[in-house]
Unconditional design. Sequence first.
Length: 150
Amino acid sequence: MVLIHIWTDGACSAASRNGGWAAIIEQDTGIERLSGASYNTTNNRMEYTAIVKALEWLYLKVSPETHIVVHTDSKLVVGHVMEGHRVKKNADLVDKVKNWVQFESTPHVTIEWHPRNSNDMLSWCDKQAKYEKETLDSRGPRKLVSRVYP
């Protein structure tokens, strides 16, 4: 069994509604860092976007036997996806993540909660998500931008 870890975070400014997200994908071939930003969003939407973007980037590159563990500091995400809590907003993204978690025929995905900045991976994601939201205005009017860092 191949084990891959994904570390994620999202951030959003209540005043501007600019948001950022970041993810680190840690696998035996190395580490990939992804991040991006969006206008007119929420913090919870950015938390889910980080997970969705990382899983989309990774998903077709792994075998069905792969186990993917997503690490997040969002108790809301864990509650929605792993514990079946009622979803009021962002159902489109919640459903995408739930589909990855629930179907055993695909690579197995689980989500684990960790305290904010409890390790270097989550700290990088936190700082990068904040950077993305803070610099969104200077990058011009794009709905969603994504980057891969070497």
